[in-house]
Design a binder for this molecule. Structure first.
Ligand code: NAI
Length: 452
């Protein structure tokens, strides 16, 4: 990639302070000039805004590291397949992006900056398109999956088992995105809570968070026989086949999911490494998977499961509220870590609220665990929580799956309805439910059909 990182970084510095305003302007301009593209996006754009800002920041920061930039853009290109993005959409995005940069750079914009950004965009688009095309040759953009089991393990927690119509490849520790019939084009990330199995089933652990569209739909309004869409598996929190060390897994709440998959993976490969799973939860009812874990522990001599209760919270916002017993959050986990042994020789995997990941990482470092032995996906946890603290004021009662199974009326716990989308919502073809799926898009936008 022949780029001008210095110029791109400098000009981005002028735009960064305008963050959200600039991104809002970008999408406003994109949709004003290309109304048909609106149909590719969810009704409420808050998550999309965050994603664009995150993508631009990552792009600019990675300009000096072509290998990680290419890996990031390839992931982005593959991930955009599920939105129905096609090569012919890129010029419109390019034009809106340059206009936005020009608009928010004030007097600092120059022909040199424009050329540098145009070159950066073209190079990025080329990588994204190539990755998407390569991916299309081997995997569908999304999978239609049937819910084959739905267990309500607590008032706000469900464990769902889903069967994709086509094999969905993943490794233990990875996550997929999920879309429900009730909220078309709204994707949320959940870890797969099991290791790959011959029957291809995936288990998801979901807590219904206040105002959460997809989580409430999955926990309270989904049952056996319903259909969800799944995006491709992603994520790098996968232990190597033989990590060479014993494992310490620290789970916070439903952050158990990816670690549960790692435990299953260890069981199926016969690793002969000790695995200690520390299960942090606020209350007993949050220990929604403990009976199953106890059964697993009884049959696996190398596995030890230690639940740690931190106390119920008074507040509603996840992650940063204070437990009811007045002790600082994370105190119980920290005490347990200190009490239970020496972890400096362990490979450690953490999943749960961002605050827990940060606090536990700091504690492990103090306990002598080298940073390269501590694995987590903190930036994803932070993004998820940023979204939760800013519930968007819009919803969409239309359903991409409406023709598959009538969606019930919007639930009482859902936020108020959104402005109508400018274009018709893409519809799944009912007849092709369990075979490759076609996305019908408005004329001129093109149509996406599944590659095999
Ligand atoms: N469902 C899934 O597939 C996955 C979920 N996650 C994330 O895991 C989290 C789980 O949320 P909940 O089940 O509501 O967990 P929670 O909010 O009930 O907390 C679980 C444990 O973490 C501790 N904790 C919470 N905030 C803390 C902080 N700031 N410092 C130290 N400890 C803290 C709590 O005391 C509790 O012991 C969410 O952020 C979710 O996004 C992560 C990976 C997969």
């Amino acid at each position: 990639m022949s780029l001008e990182p210095r110029i791109v970084k400098e000009s981005f510095g002028h735009i960064e302070p305008h963050g959200t305003r600039a991104v809002t302007y970008f999408y406003g301009r994109l949709f004003a000039e290309n109304p048909r593209l609106r149909a590719l996006f969810p009704p409420a754009m808050d998550v999309q805004n965050d994603r664009l800002l995150h993508a631009l920041t990552t792009l600019v920061r990675s300009l000096d590291d072509p290998a990680s930039l290419t890996a990031y853009l390839s992931r982005l290109g593959r991930g955009h397949r599920r939105f129905g993005v096609r090569p012919e959409h890129y010029p419109a995005v390019r034009s809106a992006l340059l206009a936005t940069l020009r608009r928010f750079s004030g007097g600092a914009w120059s022909a040199e900056a424009e050329a540098a950004w145009a070159a950066a965009f073209d190079a990025a688009a080329e990588i994204m398109i190539a990755a998407a095309e390569q991916d299309a040759a081997q995997a569908p953009p999304w999978w239609v999956a049937e819910v084959v089991d739905h267990e309500r393990r607590a008032p706000d927690i469900a464990v769902l088992t889903v069967r994709p119509g086509e094999p969905l490849r993943f490794t233990a520790g990875q996550h997929v995105t999920v879309q429900v019939a009730r909220w078309p084009r709204v994707w949320r990330t959940y870890s797969v809570a099991n290791a790959p199995r011959p029957d291809g089933l995936l288990r998801l652990h979901v807590r219904a968070v206040p105002g959460g569209w997809v989580s409430n739909a999955l926990v309270r309004h989904t049952g056996t026989g319903d259909t969800v869409l799944l995006g491709p598996a992603a994520g790098a929190m996968t232990p190597p086949a033989d990590a060479g060390r014993d494992l310490l897994l620290v789970a916070g709440g439903t952050g158990l999911a990816p670690l549960r998959a790692i435990v299953e993976q260890a069981a199926s490969t016969g690793l002969h490494r000790d695995v200690h799973l520390l299960l942090a939860a606020r209350t007993e009812h949050d220990l929604y998977d403990l009976p199953e874990l106890r059964r697993l522990e009884a049959s696996c001599p190398w596995l030890r499961v230690t639940p740690v209760l931190s106390g119920a919270s008074d507040g509603e916002s996840p992650g940063d509220d204070v437990p009811g017993d007045g002790r600082p959050h994370g105190a119980a986990v920290a005490e347990a870590l200190e009490r239970l042994g020496d972890w400096s020789g362990h490979e450690v995997y953490l999943a749960g609220p961002a605050g827990m990941i940060r606090a536990t990482t700091a504690r492990l470092r103090r306990l002598g665990v080298p940073p390269e032995q501590i694995h987590h996906e903190l930036s994803e946890a932070e993004q998820r929580e940023a979204r939760l603290h800013r519930i968007p004021p819009a919803t969409c009662p239309m359903s991409a799956h409406a023709s598959l199974k009538a969606a019930p009326p919007a639930p009482a716990d859902a936020p108020p309805p959104p402005p109508a989308p400018l274009e018709p919502v893409p519809q799944l073809e009912p007849a092709r439910l369990r075979t490759p799926v076609a996305l019908r898009t408005p004329a001129g936008v093109g149509s996406e059909s599944e590659g095999g």
